[in-house]
Design a binder for this molecule. Structure first.
Ligand code: ADP
Length: 656
């Protein structure tokens, strides 16, 4: 128990202190690390984002340059003397004819073209002209970049071509008309969408062919570019990483992708939103493949047109996206985080050990104090505790030592006084027993002579003399019982006589006690009845003392009850104990006196306390006797209503 208290006390302070110190150490460390991580993450994102934005911008300007370059190339081709000569001679063949004649001729040739299949006369002649060979040679020189290239006269009839075109007459095509521009001519770049046979998105560049002096429009040259072939080099991915660049249109379709078939991917909603921006930027978004990425983006500055219906075009913008998986981008930050977490863990362990040591050191003086208190409680008054330092606990320790010294002094003095008292008490006992014995013998003699005289055994005495002699007998009895009480009390206090505990039947005790107080009860015509609730268990007690206790309680009850009333004795067993109540309807005891009636020589003051009726020792002896037998006694009372004196004693084992 004592050990438990010490452990609970010292260890809980130690634990609390350790936890508090740990918390004070760890909380700022954790918060600092978390903030540093957030900051590093944002910085890294910004760094990677800006790098990729720069890359996207470079790529977009490369694309722009390449587009301009290609337009330039096609324009150069349109200026080639053989190309110009080809269209000029075709136009010359139609000179002098009316527009309707020419249109009819075109339709007829279109028919012939259709019917001539792959290698019919007209097809073969067109594909066989030197200009067609020139165009094919040109196409071969730029392997993979060019799709079909063809040339028409100023009316739209095919003059030369790299491949067999579907129609001979091109004059009714929208893009042809756009480049023809009502005879004024202009460069027309058209995003023609995905061409399955080419396996690529296709750009059409259509330019006017002017005469040698660049004055009149002689025809139209159209070249289809395979976007994939041209820009593949620009959008390459970095092997071994998630880093890659691709081109997408503002409509959300992906035009060139280094790793995927463009038809199988689309811009994510996040990315599509970015294509409304007219300038370059970066963002952490969900990618076209559904991953979280850090992406830089930049629009290609030249807008193209997309055909949305016959003769209808809308502008479209290309965007370059350059990106990397967010995890890969943040890898250095995560590595740093793990590193600092490992360092943090070491630090936390160091803090923990430090905190535990500090708490231990801090609570050590408290533990010493607790130990000192326990030794003090065990009576080791000379045990001082070791005090170091000058803090509050040290002050407490010194006070404790001071208190222990004072207690020791007091204890020594008390012991001395006690020894003196014991000597006195022994002297008192000896005196009491000597005086009592010396006193008792003549008292018994005097009483018996008075009794013999009163009974006229030694001769005749007058009635008045008999009365006086009876007073002598009664007062002798009272003195005798006072002496008996004093001797009893002295015997109990000196511990000379121990109770002889054994199983005792309460009914025997009741019978004996009732017999003893019968004369007193009869004198006052008081009925004493025993009221037990079924069989009463035997008690563990000293028979003689129990009779003394009960006789005393009963005689008090009779003494303080009015003539003709009833005194009831009850007994019942409960929870291994037996309770006995002696109830009267007498004068009662005021509340303030009830706890004092058991004190030595205490008598309730008042007119009822008749002198000569006891010395206030009866209940004191009752209390000592009951307690000696392991019981308890108490009173419940109300003035003029009566009193109930009760005591409990342990029931005898195994019997009921
Ligand atoms: P004594 O031996 O003088 O009778 P006790 O110790 O037996 O003294 O009782 C102390 C006092 O308690 C008595 O003087 C009396 O005033 C009061 N007392 C005891 N028993 C009763 C009772 N049953 N009714 C009223 N008063 C009582």
């Amino acid at each position: 128990m004592r050990k438990g208290i010490r452990e609970a006390a010292s260890f809980s302070i130690r634990r609390k202190l350790t936890i508090a110190l740990l918390f004070v150490g760890i909380a700022p460390l954790g918060a600092g690390m978390f903030l540093a991580y957030l900051r590093a993450r944002a910085d890294r994102q910004e760094y990677v984002g800006t790098t990729f934005m720069r890359l996207a911008k470079e790529k977009s300007s490369d694309i722009d340059d390449r587009l301009q370059g290609m337009i330039q190339e096609v324009r150069e081709l349109a200026r080639h003397p053989e190309v110009v000569a080809g269209v000029v001679s075709a136009n010359r063949a139609l000179e002098g004819k009316s527009d309707s004649e020419i249109l009819r001729e075109m339709k007829e040739k279109d028919e012939e073209w259709l019917q001539s299949g792959e290698t019919g006369g007209l097809v073969t002649s067109v594909l066989g002209v030197p200009t067609s060979r020139l165009l094919r040679a040109y196409q071969d020189r730029h392997a993979g970049e060019y799709g079909e290239i063809y040339l028409t006269d100023r009316w739209g009839g095919t003059v030369a071509s790299t491949t067999r075109l579907t129609d001979y007459y091109q004059g009714d095509e929208g893009d042809w008309q756009a480049a023809y521009n009502r005879g004024r001519g202009r460069v027309w770049v058209e995003d023609r969408g995905y061409d399955r046979s080419a396996g690529s998105y296709v750009l059409g560049i259509i330019v006017p062919v002017m005469d040698e002096r660049e004055e009149s429009l002689e025809g139209i040259l159209k070249a289809n570019f395979n976007v994939m072939g041209v820009f593949n080099r620009i959008v390459r991915a970095t092997p071994g990483t998630s880093e890659h660049c691709f081109i997408a249109r503002s409509q959300g379709t992906v035009v060139v992708h280094p790793e995927r078939d463009p038809l199988s991917v689309r811009l994510s909603a996040d990315m599509h939103e970015l294509t409304t921006s007219i300038s370059a930027g970066w963002a952490a978004v969900r990618s076209e493949e559904g991953m979280r990425v850090v992406a830089g983006y930049a629009p290609v500055s030249r807008s193209l047109v997309v055909r949305t219906g016959p003769g209808r075009w809308v502008p479209t913008w290309w965007y370059v996206f350059c990106q990397i998986d967010e995890r890969e981008a943040l890898a250095p930050v995560m590595a740093a985080l793990w590193g600092s977490m490992a360092a943090g863990l070491c630090l936390i362990m160091a803090i923990f050990i430090g905190a535990a040591l500090f708490a231990r050191g801090f609570t050590k003086p408290v533990r010493r104090l607790v130990e000192g208190t326990e030794r003090l409680a065990r009576g080791e008054l000379d045990h001082g505790i070791e005090v170091t330092g000058g803090d509050e606990i040290a002050v407490l320790g010194r006070s404790f030592n001071y208190m222990a010294r004072e207690m020791e002094k007091a204890h020594t003095e008390l012991a001395k006084a006690n020894r003196g008292l014991r000597k006195l008490s022994d002297a008192k006992s000896r005196f009491l027993s000597t005086v009592s014995h010396e006193f008792r013998t003549p008292l018994v003699v005097m009483r018996s002579y008075a009794d013999i005289l009163a009974k006229k055994k030694l001769g005749n005495v007058s009635g008045e003399q008999v009365e006086k002699l009876k007073v002598i007998v009664r007062l002798s009895d009272h003195l005798g019982s006072l002496v008996d009480n004093l001797l009893d009390l002295d015997r109990i206090e000196s511990g000379k006589v121990k109770p002889k505990l054994k199983a005792v039947s309460l009914s025997d005790i009741f019978e004996e006690s009732l017999e003893r107080i019968a004369p007193l009860a009869n004198d006052k015509e008081i009925r004493v009845k025993v009221d037990t609730d079924g069989p009463v268990p035997d008690v563990m007690g000293d028979e003689e003392r129990l009779v003394h206790v009960l006789t005393n309680l009963l005689s008090n009850a009779v003494k303080f009850s009015p003539d003709g009333s009833t005194v009831t004795v009850r007994a019942r067993g409960r929870d291994g104990m037996v309770q006995v109540d002696v109830e009267d309807n007498g004068i009662g005891i005021p509340a303030g006196e009830q706890s004092m009636v058991f004190e030595e020589f205490h008598r309730v003051p008042g007119k009822e306390a008749r002198p000569g009726w006891g010395a206030g020792l009866g209940l004191t002896i009752v209390k000592r006797f009951v307690e000696e037998q392991g019981g308890r006694v108490w009173v419940e009372s109300e003035v003029h209503r009566g009193s109930t004196f009760s005591f409990v004693l342990p029931a005898a084992p195994g019997r009921s």
